[in-house]
Design a protein around this ligand. Structure first.
Ligand code: AQP
Length: 332
């Protein structure tokens, strides 16, 4: 059975983008893989997080994952900072990855924005930590949204260079699993920017804990253009916002762009947005309800995470110990 690792940052309330691009696709993978699901709090602090908010968001993220169907008994759900192996291996990978490789990472450019000098050095070496997250478990498959593809290529480059430099075949190649028809969900305010939980505009995203009124309002206010919906997917060309809303509808309804346009093509956005909001409420309300129920008993969530960290460390510690031996660290 192949081992899967995937992570999500507790940097806010998870969004529809996180759900359609990642979490929803994780659940069926549990049938035929051994899975490690990680709330990556070390990654979250690469951007400023208020400490009390981070604690709260971390527990909320674990609750959302459980509410979406992550199984903490058959698989492992844990916090990144609870397993020291991640930071230990990341340091070694900081010394393997080349600056030139990191300079090509588009996510750093996007996230650092114009004021690069003010970005944390953690944000810059984030892909090295991500490589360590995966390789600390010898995981071979990583389900991610389309935006993470470049980071996985870097993780493979790091593994190859490590294996080459130390003359071993220790870290296996990893394969990205880009799943789901809505692999990239875009902002509701700007169809060229991805939907993000840390976007300063609350109106840019659907949060998984939004109530039906909030969902309806955000969809009603979502940016569109004056034309009606086309009847064929080719008519979405150059219409980023329309394309995004159709993509979201398709992913939730289990169809594709053509299927949505067969039903809604020719309609104005008013009617389509109403149908989309109703579909979102139908699909997301049960998750929000179950998350609330779980959060009423935080001790149980914490117990699940503690047990998960112990099981994760039991896999990662020997792999990192062997990495340190290969590097030549004296163990006394
Ligand atoms: N808009 C998106 N569409 C599709 N997939 C997405 N993912 C995130 N946004 C979208 C996928 O969600 C997983 C977890 O992401 P993350 O929390 O580790 O980091 P991120 O990609 O940086 O997500 P955010 O929401 O944009 O967080 P912030 O705002 O903190 O940077 C990943 O598999 C990602 O592909």
């Amino acid at each position: 059975m192949q081992r899967i690792f995937s992570g999500i940052q507790p940097s806010g309330i998870p969004t529809l983008g996180n759900y359609l691009g990642a979490i929803r696709n994780w659940v069926p993978l549990q049938r035929d893989h051994e899975c490690l699901w990680c709330v990556v709090d070390l990654h979250a602090i690469t951007a400023w997080q208020d400490p009390a908010a981070l604690t709260q968001q971390t527990r909320e993220m674990a609750a959302v994952l459980l509410a979406c169907g992550i199984d903490p008994d058959k698989h492992i759900l844990f916090l990144q900072s609870s397993v020291r192996a991640h930071a230990q291996l990341a340091w070694i990978f900081n010394c393997v990855a080349r600056l030139g490789w990191l300079n090509r990472m588009t996510q750093f450019k996007d996230k650092a924005g114009k004021d690069r000098e003010a970005a944390s050095s953690g944000l810059y070496v984030y892909p090295n930590l991500m490589a360590a997250d995966i390789h600390a478990y010898h995981a071979t498959r990583v389900p991610v949204g389309d935006d993470q593809r470049q980071h996985l290529e870097l993780a493979n480059d790091i593994a190859q260079k490590f294996n080459h430099d130390y003359g071993v075949e220790f870290f296996p190649a990893i394969e990205p699993l880009i799943l789901g028809p809505a692999a990239r969900v875009m902002s509701l305010r700007d169809g060229t920017k991805k939907m993000s939980k840390s976007d300063p505009s609350e109106q840019s995203r659907i949060n998984l804990n939004d109530d039906p009124d909030a969902i309806a309002l955000k969809i009603r206010r979502a940016k569109t253009d004056p034309e009606p919906l086309p009847s064929e997917p080719a008519g979405l060309e150059g219409r980023a916002e329309a394309r995004n809303l159709v993509g979201i509808y398709a992913a939730l309804a289990g169809t594709d762009h053509a299927g949505v346009l067969r039903e809604h093509g020719g309609k104005g956005f008013g009617a389509f947005k109403e149908a989309l909001a109703a579909l979102l409420v139908e699909k997301l309300s049960p998750i929000a309800g179950e998350t609330r129920r779980l959060l009423a008993d935080p001790a149980t969530i914490d117990r699940v995470l503690r047990a998960g960290a112990e099981r994760a460390a039991a896999i990662a510690d020997p792999i990192v110990a062997e990495t340190e031996r290969l590097v030549g660290f004296l163990r006394v």
